[in-house]
Design a protein around this ligand. Sequence first.
Ligand code: CDP
Ligand code: CDP
Length: 219
Amino acid sequence: MKIAIDGPAAAGKSTVAKIIAKKLGYVYIDTGAMYRALTLKALQTSTDLEDENSLANLADQIKISFKNVGEIQKVFIDKQNVTDEIRNHDVTNHVSYVAKHKRVREKLVEMQQSLAEEGNVVMDGRDIGTFVLPGAELKIFLIASVEERAERRHKENIEKGFESDLENLKDEIRRRDQIDSEREVAPLIKAEDAVEIDTTSKSIDEVAEQILTLIHSKR
Ligand code: CDP
Ligand code: CDP
């Protein structure tokens, strides 16, 4: 069974996807981490983020992989562990510019589809239900108000001991959602056959339970 979870930034996709994958013994694939890893490499190599061909070549040159260590899914570029670095501010603020290029998406979607061939998977991102796994048995589209999504990220930052400004976070989330929704290739949009869940004021467990019920009804 393939499960696609899409939605805007900080809607809770990866948190619930991980819970579901763990409960069902499915493989979890974080496609956002792949766009983030390529963005990190592009920033490190001073690649022009407007240069589609250079970015696509860079995607060809690196190997992005995942390794589960206990509860944590580690992300690697070649042999380098970039799990924490791909979440930094610089990457977050540039990733949507990298992700809008057609050739970049073609390369990463190919990798995502081959990872999904492994069997039962829960994959989260922006275009999973629409482009990456259009035949997924269950498609979920998670949303929440910008205010709540920014609050969640703010809380997460504070807990991790990072500097955080709520108003900045709101602006960053709005800007990223706008670029992701307005791009020409595979924009962030709800698949026609996706179930939309508004997670505003809902707990993580509530959302996970709701999705698990939907999965059981499909099985
Ligand atoms: O977790 P968060 O919502 O901050 O973002 P993410 O899932 O790590 O994705 C980071 C960025 O990668 C998104 O803002 C999109 O620009 C891009 N992305 C995409 O274009 N398509 C995907 N399937 C996944 C992510
Ligand atoms: O993957 P995505 O960017 O959609 O979001 P996430 O990283 O899974 O969730 C962002 C933050 O919101 C995390 O700190 C979650 O613990 C929190 N969250 C929440 O408070 N309530 C929910 N219903 C879902 C997520």
